[in-house]
Design a protein around this ligand. Structure first.
Ligand SMILES: [Zn+2]
Length: 258
């Protein structure tokens, strides 16, 4: 049994898919992927995802605003995030964080937004989903300052082993996407073989970043199986063992009873 711990179900192009989202979820279930965390990228999508999760079993959501937003959008307020999170199927705050790779010109907006998400995570007692790219030291410094009782996950991890270690010391989990299967991801595969088994999550980040051998296609939650298989192979364990551990980790981090 596998979990897709980070997908964007509301961004899938379902135009050519008979059965729409139900068909996507059924295809995933047929491949052993039975739970899904669909992650918000702004406040309107946070609201829409709460409705989506009400209509589907084993689909959970987060509330938050992605760091790569148009600067025109207001920074989400702590109270606003905490109020939206007051729903049993909202299991996390985010995704939020710092991204200097795609958008260093909006870094002030990103920082203000990230700090509000971190505060909301502590107040709502729900873990934070962190997007991080090319901002290692400042990200860790902010986590150290603001993630005192509630940790979270560094999602779609592509940074160094040193950064992973710093996050692990703070109680964070590390989530790997299809990038780990890419031919040029040697350093990342090394990280994925070293993170303790009780701190790993797997995700698709679909509809983006389809893993090998599906590159170029729209990514879907069912392909988290390829991500999990890749990491199981790296670690010399069975897919079942990796699936069991990452599913346990998902329930523990997001406080979802098994
Ligand atoms: Zn995402």
């Amino acid at each position: 049994m596998l979990v897709d711990s980070h997908c964007h179900l509301d961004h899938l192009d379902l135009g050519h898919r008979d059965g729409g989202l139900n068909a996507v979820l059924a295809a995933a279930r047929a491949r052993g992927v039975t739970q899904f965390l669909t992650v918000a990228v702004d406040i309107p999508s946070s609201r829409a995802l709460i409705e989506l999760t009400a209509a589907h079993d084993n689909v959970y959501s987060s509330v938050g605003a992605h760091p790569l937003q148009k600067v025109a959008q207001a920074v989400p307020l702590v109270e606003e995030l905490v109020a939206l999170a007051d729903n049993p199927k909202v299991v996390a705050i985010g995704e939020s964080g710092l991204d200097n790779f795609y958008s260093s010109d909006t870094i002030d907006w990103q920082r203000e937004s990230f700090i509000n998400h971190l505060k909301a995570s502590q107040q709502a007692k729900k873990p934070i989903i962190v997007h991080t790219r090319d901002a290692r030291e400042e990200t860790i410094a902010l986590l150290r300052e603001h993630s005192l009782s509630e940790a979270g996950v560094l999602h779609c991890f592509t940074e160094s082993w040193e950064m992973a270690q710093s996050a692990l010391e703070l109680g964070f989990y590390i989530s790997f996407s299809g990038i780990v299967t890419f031919a040029n991801a040697k350093e990342l595969r090394d990280v994925a073989s070293k993170v303790p088994l009780d701190r790993i999550l797997v995700e698709t980040d679909s509809p983006w970043l389809a893993p090998v051998p599906h590159r170029g296609k729209q990514n879907e939650p069912q392909y988290v199986r390829e991500v999990a298989q890749c990491i199981a192979d790296l670690r010399g364990i069975s897919l079942d063992a990796l699936a069991e551990a990452t599913t346990d980790n998902f329930h523990r981090l997001f406080n979802i009873p098994r």
